[in-house]
Design a protein. Structure first.
Length: 135
């Protein structure tokens, strides 16, 4: 499915889901809405993490594939969230409100910056990944 849909489109769709979740959570503070927005988190995990892992699997040579996957998980699920949670804690400590808004605003900015960083190379990365031979 992802090879036909396109790896880069999957990455962009996953980031758009993450951005939509954070922006919606920023503007609307409702527990029920937060629960329903986890659907977007699930779509982000499927489309961003899974597609990134599959694209990395196609890119990396068999000798370094497991190291590349480990490095991606270490940054994407370990070091990245650890630094973002530290920043979110600092934001909350310096915030005047007793609200999650500043944290979702910070998440929205990070998701938007991720999308912006992908846009300049979107076309060339898409052509490169889509033309790799299947393994």
């Amino acid at each position: 499915f992802f090879s036909k849909f396109g790896y880069v489109r999957g990455l962009v769709f996953g980031l758009l889901c993450l951005f939509a979740r954070h922006v919606t959570s920023y503007f609307f503070e409702s527990g029920i809405l937060f629960s329903w927005l986890y659907v977007l988190v699930g779509l982000m995990v499927i489309y961003y993490y899974t597609v990134a892992s599959m694209a990395l699997d196609r890119l990396a040579h068999s000798v370094v594939r497991s190291s590349a996957q480990t490095f991606m998980v270490m940054l994407g699920s370990g070091l990245g969230p650890m630094c973002a949670n530290l920043a979110a804690g600092i934001i909350v400590d310096n915030s005047e409100t007793n609200s999650l808004r500043p944290i979702f605003g910070f998440g929205s900015v990070l998701a938007f910056l991720s999308l912006l960083s992908l846009m300049p190379i979107y076309k060339s990365l898409r052509q490169f990944l889509d033309n790799l031979p299947a393994r």
